[in-house]
Design a binder for this molecule. Structure first.
Ligand code: F6P
Length: 359
């Protein structure tokens, strides 16, 4: 067997552990492995496909980022190509991917990615490529697996950061509003907000009424202590309102979520009369070493992907169904995203302890 592996979408702690597990497991079977750099981009560039062996993956289990590089722009189905006049045209290069894989004599691609990258992988599978998916994202928004690797490390990073906000908030008797990642799912904000004992947690799944959040904060200042921590998911929106976007767009012209913490902070200061500050934790949530839970999950996923390849079970994605790692159809895995159910046990526990969701 000759295996190719790539990492696509936003990076997440644990990517390198997947690569290492897959490479070592394949090598032990006498298979060859190559890595494609930066998602599928490496297929179109000289030097973009590199051999991977035990030496290449030595000492990377604990490292954040990805030794293969990644991209969350474009796709082989809509590849941005710069035109002579400087404009950018999106071109379908998926046939080239299939052709290049044939020329490289690849028997199976292990695609490590989130919903976007796995959708691409699923479409390539539809064109006849043997693909096995590995679910990655700090957002934890893939429904076919109980959890994605990277998520718990992001929650840990966010929890540590919010812990640190408590002392400065208390010292200045301020409201601190912190914005966390997650796109249109509130998993990171919910878990980190609950673990770090926020007073209010605003998530996309529960549109907020700012008056209700203000009432919760007034009550807290009245009863003491006189400071408050509000955790806001970047995709949170007010009842009947819209999500907040940054003014600047991404390189492809796409709008980027951001700014809700600033908006909430300003409103809370006005409504409560208490001084408020906002901050955006941003890409810190994606960086750094994976915690042990994510390393274990990544190593298990990487090994399981090679196991599936050996069994010829292509078109699948590895998934955690604790206590086991199983295979689910790739097409089903990318059919929808997983958001926080209103009745999720953590939501109910938080509500039961008096944490406001602004509704
Ligand atoms: O999907 C992972 C994620 O970190 C989201 O939580 C966030 O909205 C997005 O990627 C940020 O992407 P970029 O790295 O392009 O700013």
């Amino acid at each position: 067997m000759r295996i190719a592996i790539n990492t696509g979408g936003g990076d997440a702690p644990g990517l390198n552990a997947v690569v290492r597990a897959a490479v070592l497991s394949a090598e032990r079977r006498g298979w060859d492995v190559v890595g494609i750099r930066r998602g599928y981009d490496g297929l179109f560039n000289l030097g973009g496909v590199v051999p991977l062996d035990g030496t290449a993956v030595r000492g990377i289990t604990h490292l954040g980022g990805t030794i293969l590089g990644t991209t969350n722009r474009g796709s082989p189905f809509s590849f941005p190509v710069e035109q002579p006049d400087g404009s950018v045209r999106l071109v379908d290069r998926s046939d080239e991917v299939i052709e290049r894989m044939k020329r490289l004599r690849i028997d199976c691609l292990i695609a490590v990615g989130g919903d976007g990258s796995l959708r691409i992988a699923s479409e390539l599978a539809g064109k006849g490529l043997n693909v096995i998916g590995v679910p990655k994202t700090i957002d934890n928004d893939l429904h076919a697996t109980q959890v994605t690797f990277g998520f718990h490390t992001a929650v840990q990073t966010a929890t540590d950061a919010i812990d640190k906000l408590h002392s400065t908030a208390e010292a200045h008797q301020r409201i601190m509003v912190v914005e966390l990642m997650g796109r249109h799912a509130g998993w990171i904000a919910l878990f980190a907000g609950f673990a770090a004992t926020a007073d209010a947690i605003l998530i996309p799944e529960v549109p907020y009424d700012i008056e209700k959040v203000a009432a919760k904060i007034r009550q807290r200042y009245r009863e003491g202590p006189e400071f408050a921590i509000v955790v806001v998911a970047e995709g949170a929106k007010p009842k009947g309102g819209e999500v907040s976007y940054l003014e600047e767009t991404g390189p492809g012209g796409g709008r980027r979520l951001g700014g809700v913490a600033k908006r909430v902070s300003r409103q809370l200061q006005e409504l409560t009369g208490h001084e408020s500050r906002s901050l955006v934790l941003g890409h810190l949530q994606r960086g750094g070493r994976p915690i042990a839970f994510d390393r274990l999950l990544s190593l298990r996923f990487g090994s399981a992907a090679i196991e599936l390849a050996a069994e010829g079970r292509f078109g699948c994605m590895v998934a955690l169904d604790a206590p086991v790692v199983k295979a689910v159809p790739l097409a089903e895995a990318v059919a929808r995203i997983k958001t926080v159910p209103q009745e999720h046990e953590v939501v109910m526990a938080a509500r039961g302890m008096g944490i406001s969701f602004g509704d």
